[in-house]
Design a protein around this ligand. Structure first.
Ligand SMILES: *Cc1c(COP(=O)(O)O)cnc(C)c1O
Length: 366
């Protein structure tokens, strides 16, 4: 079966007025407003991927028996389109999102969307809704691809039919008032992912299972939950929907450490990029297990100087204070550290096009 990457176009009959759009772009926030259009592509075993369309952003029609509503075959991605200094629009390593989307689909026994179709859908939507891509620094157009099973069939087996959807939402700066450290809660009660489970897939159920732990973190006065390994809760895995980095020492001797990909961590594209950039900046980088005991001991002794989290939404977030059932401790005086800020500036400059992009990570969409 060959895959066509051309899209039928159906214009939104009632697009946002220029006045409304200007209002939205003045304060886009996150995930609140959606662009005029969306992409849909259908899958059946007989026809493969077909009916690729850029049409109006509108509700889907689903049977109440659609398999996704019962058994949760749903995977998604998250990436951003950035307005560059030269006026063009580009996204960051989108082929990595395409690859991860296929890996997530495989884990949930769903069909794989070919990378060229995934990438073509991004260009098709961003070109159509280009006026929704903000110009302000650190603003972006957040792109949310997802895939669900649509067969009306209550058999507890992989569904036959699927729908790919791509929607887009303007996003404001994550830290309009400057980068500020978060306080985190070590969750000993709940785990996000277990060996052999779905932790390395971006599947909807992982997030539903996490909300109660995030709520507990907020009740404990924290901003974010930190996930520990499901087996003995001794090793650090992730923070919310971000990967974690630990900086030991300082200056040119700083070592940048992140937990290795054990199968229960989500393999973040920002994580991979930070590992590369930290090495280029001359830091020693290590992927290895980090225990909660080491975190607390090294933070108290001062050997651990910085901790930060990273992901597409906030790029890099400093972690300042750690709380758990037995007490709390501070990292680096609850201030954003120099390595954290340096890596953050490096990444945002690549997004913006204000610094060289040595690995050709930016992919022009329009
Ligand atoms: C998406 C996600 C990340 C970050 O991945 P990026 O590709 O860097 O955006 C980290 N952890 C979890 C659980 C996630 O869902």
């Amino acid at each position: 079966m060959t895959t066509s990457t051309s899209f039928a176009e159906v214009a939104n009959p009632a697009p946002a007025t220029p006045e409304h759009l200007a209002e939205v772009l003045a304060d886009p926030r996150f995930g609140k407003y959606f662009t005029d259009h969306m992409v849909t592509i259908e899958f059946t075993p007989e026809r493969g991927w077909h009916n690729a369309t850029v049409g109006p952003h509108q509700p889907l029609t689903l049977s109440p028996c659609a398999a996704v509503l019962h058994y949760g075959q749903a995977v998604f991605e998250g990436l951003k389109a950035y307005r560059r200094l030269d006026g063009s629009v580009a996204s960051f390593r989108p082929e990595e999102n395409a690859t991860r989307f296929r890996a997530s689909a495989r884990r949930l026994a769903m069909p794989e969307l070919p990378d060229e179709l995934f990438l073509a859908s991004l260009s098709a939507l961003v070109a159509r809704d280009e006026r929704w891509v903000p110009h302000a620094e650190e603003h972006s157009l957040y792109l949310r691809p997802l895939m669900i099973s649509t067969s009306a069939d209550l058999l507890v087996t992989p569904a036959r039919d699927y729908l790919f959807v791509l929607v887009a939402s303007p996003a404001g700066a994550y830290y309009p008032g400057g980068v500020t450290p978060v306080t985190v809660w070590l969750s000993h009660e709940y785990s996000r992912a277990a060996p052999g489970g779905t932790g390395s897939a971006k599947c909807a159920g992982n997030y539903a299972g996490a909300f109660v732990a995030q709520r507990q973190a907020v009740e404990a006065g924290c901003d974010q939950v930190v996930w520990l390994d499901a087996v003995d809760r001794g090793r650090v895995e992730e923070m919310g929907v971000n990967n974690l980095f630990f900086v030991f020492g300082s200056g040119p001797d700083a070592r940048v450490v992140t937990p290795g990909l054990t199968g229960s961590l989500l393999p973040g594209i920002t994580r991979d990029s930070v590992l590369r950039l930290a090495g280029d900046l001359g830091y020693r980088v290590e992927e290895r297990a980090v225990s909660t005991a080491e975190w607390e001991r090294a933070a108290r002794s001062g050997d651990l100087t910085e901790v930060f989290a990273c992901g597409t939404a906030a790029v890099i977030t400093p972690v300042g204070t750690v709380k758990h059932a037995g007490g709390q401790f501070v990292v680096g005086g609850h201030q954003p550290g120099p390595v954290t800020l340096r890596l953050r500036r490096r990444l945002t400059a690549i997004h913006r096009g204000s610094a060289p992009d040595p690995y050709d990570w930016m992919c022009r969409l329009c």
